[in-house]
Design a protein around this ligand. Structure first.
Ligand SMILES: *Cc1c(COP(=O)(O)O)cnc(C)c1O
Length: 414
């Protein structure tokens, strides 16, 4: 392929130099899991679909003729329902006609916002490790990605305050935060959010807050909405999605909520990304947000039980770990199992399916190559517990065979 057709994606590091798609670590691990008949605790999607009553509304909507382009901002009933839900759960009142935008998942909201507000010469600050889409979307916008480590200390991952103050400066246009946090399961404290609010106001930056796990917190850990902090309502775009909350990740109904002028700017970009989508799913999610609080509680409780099961299994197998306060994920340190054949978390994750029939993903996949955080967490891996109990028990049973340095991939498992 000639230099002339070297794609923008390749230039931004999203594709290989020949322009071909670079498979993400998630795709690679899922393929390995399939090939080895592994318990797949790598990719974080539920293996049980969301509530049937919600799915029936979508099925009915298809039969009743909700099959053409919905309004670009989303159907009024859904925008109204998002506003009501937000008021009920956070006390924040928003105008559904100007301050709410329905998007193709949280991902499109993030993409449209980053494209709307940032470009070459701007800096976008995220925590590290980070949800992998952030780095790709920041690269597409042409902005520079700056990261603030979440440090492993006292059995938790916490924001490095000094690094936050250093990272945010005159070039910072946008700070992207994510709480509850994927991959670490950290629920940012009111204190940490206060620090983020302070630095954002100091440099007049916008904050995109990715709260797709807002309802999935455990042990009474409380999710705090950044937009509720003093001075933040005017500069915060809150992004969420029905995918994780209702175990309907394939529907891709998400939203952005924030001040009208900012939502207007995001809408301007969004209209030329997908314009609109998910016509039959929108009325179903409108009902789910209005009447699905019990389903959310049920999912939260069942996830808490599954988290406990996986945490105790990983501990029994010999992993050091951080007990997550929210999300679908637990991060564990694979140091006791590293060897010459598998010297770090990435090699361990690649070896594990073949060796014992369990898949996970390395934390380095959520870090910038060569960063300080990538090296601090180089031995760490992420397991998901959003799987049925049988899969989790199978995984735990297999992990209990690890005992010290794991066997090379070729030697066992049939
Ligand atoms: C799953 C996930 C998303 C993507 O949400 P969609 O609604 O599927 O686009 C965004 N952010 C985080 C942190 C996620 O884990």
């Amino acid at each position: 392929m000639t230099e002339r057709w070297r794609s923008v994606a390749a230039a931004a590091g999203l594709a290989a130099d020949d322009g071909s798609t670079r498979p993400t670590i998630f795709a690679e691990m899922t393929a390995l899991a399939l090939a080895t008949d592994s318990a797949n605790l790598g990719q974080g999607f539920p293996d049980a679909d969301g509530p049937e009553w919600i799915r029936r509304i979508a099925a009915e909507a298809i039969l009743q003729g909700e099959n053409q382009y919905p309004p670009g901002r989303g159907i009024p009933a859904l925008r109204e329902s998002i506003a009501q839900h937000r008021l009920r759960h956070t006390g924040i009142a928003v105008d559904p006609s100007t301050e709410v935008l329905v998007t193709a998942g949280a991902t499109e909201a993030l993409a449209a916002a980053l494209l709307a507000f940032t470009g070459p010469g701007d800096e976008v600050v995220t925590l590290e490790p980070f949800y992998d889409a952030y780095a790709a979307l920041i690269a597409m916008s042409g902005a520079t990605h700056v990261t603030v480590p979440l440090r492993h200390m006292d059995g938790a991952f916490r924001v490095d305050r000094a690094a936050l103050a250093d990272a945010v400066g005159d070039r910072t246009r946008v700070i992207v935060i994510n709480t509850p946090h994927n991959p670490t399961g950290t629920v940012l404290s009111a204190d940490e959010l206060g620090l983020i609010a302070d630095v954002a106001q100091r440099v007049d930056a916008l904050v995109l807050t990715d709260e797709v796990y807002e309802h999935l917190t455990f042990d009474g850990a409380r999710h705090h909405a950044l937009a509720a902090l003093p001075g933040m309502a005017d500069r915060t775009i809150t992004i969420s999605s029905s995918g994780k909350t209702f175990s309907l990740t394939g529907w891709k109904i998400g939203w952005a909520v924030g001040p009208a002028p900012l939502i207007e700017a995001i809408t301007a970009v969004k209209q030329f990304l997908t314009y609109s989508g998910g016509a039959p799913f929108q009325p179903a999610i409108a009902r789910a947000l209005a009447a699905g609080d019990d389903d959310i509680l049920e999912l939260r409780d069942s996830l808490a039980d599954r988290r406990d099961l996986l945490v105790s299994g990983l501990r029994a197998a010999g992993f050091d770990l951080v007990v997550p306060g929210g999300t679908y994920f637990v991060c564990a340190d694979a140091t006791p199992f590293l060897s010459d054949a598998a010297p770090d978390g990435a090699a361990f994750a690649r070896m594990l399916p073949g060796a014992i029939g369990v898949a996970c993903v390395p934390i380095s996949a959520f870090c910038r190559a060569g960063s300080e955080t990538a090296s601090a967490l180089s031995s760490w891996v992420r397991f998901t517990f959003v799987k049925d109990e049988r899969t989790l028990r199978t995984a735990i049973d297999r992990l209990s065979r690890l005992g010290g340095a794991a066997e090379p991939a070729s030697e066992q498992h049939g």
